[in-house]
Design a protein around this ligand. Structure first.
Ligand code: AHG
Ligand code: MN
Ligand code: MN
Length: 335
């Protein structure tokens, strides 16, 4: 719930206030975002009863990433596609679970936004009651791109995102989003079925006490990543870091946003480009991190400056607090 009863603000009210900053947006942007809030409420309802109903386990298909789809991946994707494709302001939907971006409302002048999403992040945690989430990124169709060329709607650097966010289905369900004017968190009150502003103007602490990485792959990281982890553990940054790794990027990032520290998914032996997807995993968290005072890089450059060449492309990701990222950047330059 909100901080006190006199300041109850729902996500819907907040979004309507935000859209006043978009000239001529006239309700369409809040209607678009209400598609996301509705879909994520539907997803969380399924996640909350996983185990009771037959939604656990593998779906039996391999997705475009070559990964086994879980049933909840498919259910979550359908919820988002269903809720968003009825919003006239949306022209293109692109999902981790679909090889090609989908053109919706073809030819409509109203359609000017693309929504790119990972319907369910952290699938491997579903069957064991560990936090999972949804990530999304919203882009505007560039003026010079043809209506019927959906790929070009979404192949834009993350700096062009008009809004981005995620939902974590954790101990509670929380929606965190930014439309370029700070980062705001809304906790779902399941009894009411509405998201209420619980974390206004979120900022990332300048320094944290945790690093977050799958250390089992360390031998396959480029050497400077292992050396950097040793630095964090050694105390040279004024404290000896502890580690936390959930294995759902969205949940690991949420902790990093609230508590500070650094999350890394470096290149590995199996994934030379890193594992995480630029458009619907790295870009949304990079946008939120920067809005909250943190930093996000691919090991060398700013995530939000990467010009994508394909929808499902991967990138290494290092995201977190100013102090840890400044140390990585200065340390990596000399190593
Ligand atoms: P997804 O479930 O959408 O495929 O994403 C899983 C990702 C991400 O959430 C997490 O950070 C990473 O996979 C964990 O990978 P490892 O098991 O290799 O650590
Ligand atoms: Mn994911
Ligand atoms: Mn996923």
């Amino acid at each position: 719930m909100a901080e006190n009863s006199s300041t109850i603000i729902t996500a819907q009210q907040h979004i309507m206030r935000e859209q006043k900053r978009f000239p001529g947006a006239s309700g369409e942007f809040s209607f678009l975002l209400s598609g996301i809030t509705l879909a994520t409420k539907m997803i969380q309802a399924q996640v909350r009863k996983a185990g009771l109903t037959d939604v656990l386990g593998e779906h039996g298909e391999i997705n475009v990433q070559g990964e086994i789809q879980q049933k909840l991946d498919v259910i979550s994707n359908e919820a988002l596609v269903h809720c968003l494709s009825s919003r006239e302001s949306i022209g293109v939907l692109a999902s981790e679970e679909n090889e090609e971006p989908m053109l919706v409302h073809k030819g409509s002048d109203e359609a000017k936004y693309a929504v790119v999403f990972d319907p369910l992040d952290g699938s491997s945690n579903i069957d064991v009651n560990v936090s999972v989430g949804t990530t999304f990124s919203i882009l505007r169709k560039p003026d010079d791109v043809a209506m019927d060329n959906p790929e070009q709607w979404v192949l834009q650097p993350g700096s062009k995102q008009v809004a981005a966010g995620y939902v974590v289905y954790g101990s509670s369900t929380i929606l965190v989003y930014s439309a370029g004017n700070g980062v705001h968190g809304f906790t779902l009150d399941p009894a009411v079925g509405a998201y209420f502003l619980s974390h206004p103007n979120m900022t990332m602490p300048d320094q944290g006490k945790y690093y977050s990485v799958n250390e089992a792959y360390r031998d396959g990281f480029p050497a400077r990543y292992g050396d950097y982890i040793d630095r964090l553990r050694s105390g040279v940054l004024g404290r000896k870091y502890a580690s936390r790794y959930i294995g759902s990027m969205v949940a690991d990032f949420h902790r990093t946003l609230l508590k500070g520290g650094v999350f890394l998914y470096p290149p590995t032996e199996d994934n030379k480009e890193g594992k995480l997807r630029l458009l619907y995993e790295a870009n949304p968290v990079a946008f939120l991190a920067e809005q909250a005072g943190g930093t996000a890089i691919d090991g060398e450059k700013r995530i939000l400056d990467i010009e994508p060449t394909s929808i499902h492309q991967r990138t290494p990701l290092i995201v977190g607090s100013r102090v840890e990222l400044a140390d990585f950047e200065s340390f990596a330059q000399t190593n």
